[in-house]
Design a protein around this ligand. Structure first.
Ligand SMILES: Nc1ncnc2c1ncn2[C@@H]1O[C@H](COP(=O)(O)OP(=O)(O)OP(=O)(O)O)[C@@H](O)[C@H]1O
Ligand SMILES: [Mg+2]
Length: 150
């Protein structure tokens, strides 16, 4: 991967800073794959990212509906694959077309790992008391800085 970096997130403000720094690098066609246990902050990060991409509508967790679409700087598709348990269900989503037409943000991306494009931005969230550890691996360089507090 072209870019790989870890950040410590101590607060919601840190998540917001991270989202603000990543947002300018994103474009339609990019796939942001989010990983991490329940409650590690994937949806909150997505909400912040969307707000920096000029989405004005409410961004909520699509865990029951699987997929939400928002209109911001470009069309954004927000997926949550937690409830899918078979590969067939994942195939039925038609991810290839979704990826082409949107900026796609996927929670529980491991459920679609085989279908993710090579050009992906992977973001892993992890509880590491007293902070959350965020590991980013991206196909393109992201200018985020060394730490979120600088
Ligand atoms: N950086 C943070 N600092 C403190 N609290 C946070 C942070 N990020 C998220 N939270 C809070 O943690 C809770 C869970 O966050 P969120 O819903 O974003 O997790 P999630 O990873 O999407 O979970 P799920 O796997 O259930 O979809 C929420 O109450 C959220 O406000
Ligand atoms: Mg969520």
């Amino acid at each position: 991967m072209e870019y790989s970096k870890e950040f410590k997130i101590y607060s919601k403000e840190d998540t917001k800073t991270l989202a603000k720094r990543i947002a300018p690098h994103l474009q339609s066609g990019d796939v942001v794959a989010l990983y991490g246990e329940l409650g590690t902050g994937k949806t909150f990060f997505t909400q912040q990212l969307c707000s920096f991409l000029e989405v004005t509508e409410n961004v909520s967790s699509p865990s029951y509906v699987l997929m939400n679409e928002y209109r911001g700087r470009f069309s954004i598709c927000h997926l949550d694959l937690y409830r899918l348990d078979s590969y067939e269900e994942v195939l039925e989503l038609g991810l290839h077309d979704i990826f082409e037409q949107n900026l796609t943000i996927i929670e529980w991306a491991e459920k679609a790992e085989l279908l993710l494009p090579e050009k992906v931005i992977n973001i892993h969230f992890e509880f590491a008391d007293p902070y959350r550890l965020v590991k980013i691996e991206s196909y393109k360089k992201l200018d985020i800085g060394k730490s979120l507090s600088e």
